[in-house]
Ligand binder design. Sequence first.
Ligand code: AMP
Ligand code: GLY
Length: 465
Amino acid sequence: MSETVLLVGGGGREHAIARALADSAALYACAGNRNPGIARLAEGFETLDTTNPTAVTAYAREVDATLAVVGPEAALEAGVADSLDDAGVYAFGPREEEARIETDKAFQRRFMERHDIPGCPDFATFEDVEAACEYIDEYGGDLAVKPAGLTGGKGVRVIGDQVAAEEAKAYIRESDYDRIVLEERLVGEEFTVQAFVAGGDLRVTPAVQDHKRAYEGDEGPNTGGMGSYSDGKLELPFMDRADYQEAVDVLEATVDALDGYKGVLYGQFMLTADGVKVVEFNARFGDPEAMNTLPVLNTDFLDVLTAARDGESLPKLSFDPKATVCKYAVPDGYPTDPESGARVSVDEATVERVNERYRSGAGSGVAADGGFRSETDDARELPDGGTPAEALLFYASVDEREDGIYTTTSRAFAVVGIADTIAVAEEVAEDALAAAGDGVRIRHDIGTPDLVQKRIDHVARLRGE
Ligand code: AMP
Ligand code: GLY
């Protein structure tokens, strides 16, 4: 293999990136926590602080990396891509300055305003807490209250949804955020579109819907993301192709305005009664969204990376027309009061047993090898004409001990079901999660026909249909 790729980061997102690259490149990885799934795919895994550019770059040099992929936003903010680039290791990930599109929400909104990028809500930025409180009092509607810096997806409070105005003011008075963005509360359905960007080229991937709230029925505090789904096409069931295209237009306008951006540009959108609005941009793959996207990408991800590095036009992307449902297992009490130390009882073997059932149940009694199967008792029946389904396991934050794998205080692992429809993908994911024991929590509603229908009805109501 002629390319040696260094993967920076050790979460579920990075496990999905590792899986997308392991067959095409010599892979090395570094992260704060050892990810057993990535470690198995990689030729080397170094535990180091990924916000330390010197340490990451030294490891890249040691393994003779010819390319790097930077997963987490904190590493981008710390200038890891700058340091790798400067050392001659092309980093697929923006430099610190360009990553401000994610790492500084005040900059991001002003950038949208300055460049007339469509979909920007009304906003105001503050460096003074009392001035922000006054604005909340005087604004004639609900606001989203956002710390300007990175908070792991947990810093936003939405007035009228999660909190009352008084609570929002108390929240910013008690916190030590130095800069705050207040913006118009957007009402609608959220979706993500991720794009590969380099040399002014943009290649988009199918829309994904994440579930940020901790509990079923979209209750509870915001998390890093509890799970997500995508359909076997570019758009999601509650939107049409024109909505998807509106989001792509926003991404294109953003890439045009951002000079020299490279890496993944992630748009978080709200489909509202007034069209598509921007909730935020991220400067990297989403976690969990990468786990929906990369498994159905037929184009070799390495070809995207080498084209980006070599200044060639990015390859056109092709996707398997499959739906995906990703569900995270998180420690009990997550995100407010997580309890670590539970044994993880889902592993490659339990997932493989589920996959064997689906493989052998595909079609009407025809086994994966094309032969006829007589015993169908334990086989899953896929809808007529259905093609095989499968489940994938991605590790996130776990503690690998001699006697097994244990939870930490962050999201532990995710399972992704991949099938012809969202409904079957959801069943596949649940079957693979059936082995999950005590000590972890899962949002079982993600990707279910009921919840998907609620999203469809919500948009129909907003549009007055
Ligand atoms: P962020 O950290 O910007 O991703 O925000 C976290 C979550 O807060 C988003 O996924 C939305 O659910 C919510 N949010 C952020 N901005 C707004 C907004 N302007 N209106 C309504 N909800 C928002
Ligand atoms: N899924 C949300 C994020 O990656 O920020």
